[in-house]
Write a protein that binds this ligand. Structure first.
Ligand code: SF4
Ligand code: SF4
Length: 343
């Protein structure tokens, strides 16, 4: 690795993804995000520092009620203590993510989230499956997060190396980043996956921590750039549909009007992504409360209604689709039949 090579904190590389752009993709999730969405399904990606998570079932304490204590002895910060149930408690204000406990734990119950990598190493990892994703329509690599652009030099160099090797590149962004950074990254991006969550600035602030002014401003600038530059070559807009939060027709009507007024060139789709609660265990492992832990899945009929609002709001100018699991798919057949009015 060269001295000047940018490095970054990587949470995970996911292979054969079908949810982060077209075709088959290898997706890198980088750590750190300027937003903290209340419904986030990657809570471990928000903090820009390494974090420790404890997988309670793996701990020897789970079977003996008395953990081996190797983690306790290894922690240089005194951040671990025996909990009342015999398990291990973590004082997260004292933990600095050094990872000593993860190295010491014989059961893999302590895991360090976030690995420092050089751009060349990450690009090589992402390019390992290029023979597979090249066979799919525009398959390639995606940088996601967290917010990948928050580690801008690392993201730029990784994207550059992947493009140089002929890979289709995508950047997933929440839009909360300086325009100068975004514009620089776009030179290496074939497809932008741009998140629009909430039209109301105060609701946006309440649910994510910041209002939506910069998100909208950067979308306007992205559209202006695309009118004069071949890069980014394509744009997808994505909206998470979260029960009790973004799932209002009014929200989709307003976001749709904004998109139609901007009339982005090469906007290929507006995707409504149905909330899922599969990440509840991630919050538990990080010792975090999650206000959406009991939130229901969206119903397909409601997703159809919201997609209709999105189409009306965008005056039929945009290809709107929705994705994700819905409540109907997960409920027992007998309940489904009763709900549908079957005998
Ligand atoms: S990551 Fe380091 S500081 Fe944090 S609990 Fe483990 S050993 Fe202690
Ligand atoms: S080292 Fe691992 S198995 Fe032992 S007490 Fe700590 S978490 Fe449990």
């Amino acid at each position: 690795m060269g001295d000047s090579e940018p490095t970054g904190l990587v949470l995970q590389v996911q292979r054969m993804s079908t949810e982060d752009g077209p075709g088959l993709r290898s997706t890198a999730f980088l750590k750190g995000c300027p937003l903290a969405c209340a419904w986030c399904h990657n809570p471990e990606s928000i903090d820009p520092r390494p974090q420790i998570q404890r997988i309670g079932l793996r701990c020897i304490a789970a079977s003996t009620g008395d953990g081996c204590g190797a983690c306790l002895r290894s922690c240089p910060r005194g951040a671990l203590a025996r909990a009342a149930d015999g398990g291990i408690g973590i004082d997260r204000s004292a933990c600095d993510g050094c990872g000593e406990c993860a190295d010491a734990c014989p059961a893999g119950a302590m895991e360090l989230l976030g690995e420092r990598m050089g751009a060349r190493a990450l690009a090589a990892e992402l390019l390992k499956d290029r023979d597979y994703y090249r066979r799919s329509d525009r398959g390639g690599v995606t940088l996601s997060g967290g917010e990948a652009s928050a580690q801008s030099s690392f993201a730029f160099e990784t994207l550059r190396l992947c493009r140089e090797s002929g890979a289709h590149t995508a950047l997933d962004t929440c839009g909360v980043v300086s325009w100068a950074t975004l514009e620089e990254l776009y030179a290496q991006v074939d497809l932008v996956l741009y998140d629009l969550k909430e039209a109301d600035p105060e609701r946006h602030r309440a649910f994510t921590g910041l209002d939506n002014a910069l998100v909208f401003e950067n979308l306007r600038k992205t559209v202006s750039l695309m009118r004069t530059s071949p890069m980014p070559a394509a744009l997808w807009i994505r909206t998470p549909i979260v029960p009790g939060a973004t799932d209002r027709e009014e929200n989709l009507l307003e976001l749709g009007a904004l998109i139609a007024d901007l009339a982005p060139p090469r906007l290929e789709r507006w995707e409504l992504c149905a909330f899922n609660n599969l990440c509840a265990e991630k919050y538990r492992r990080l010792g975090m409360e999650w206000e959406f832990a009991q939130a229901p899945l969206m119903r397909a009929t409601d997703m159809e209604t919201l997609a209709g609002a999105a189409r009306r709001g965008s005056r039929g100018l945009v290809d709107v689709s929705w994705t994700g699991s819905t409540a109907e798919a997960s409920e027992p057949a007998s309940i489904k039949a009763e709900r549908m009015g079957s005998p």
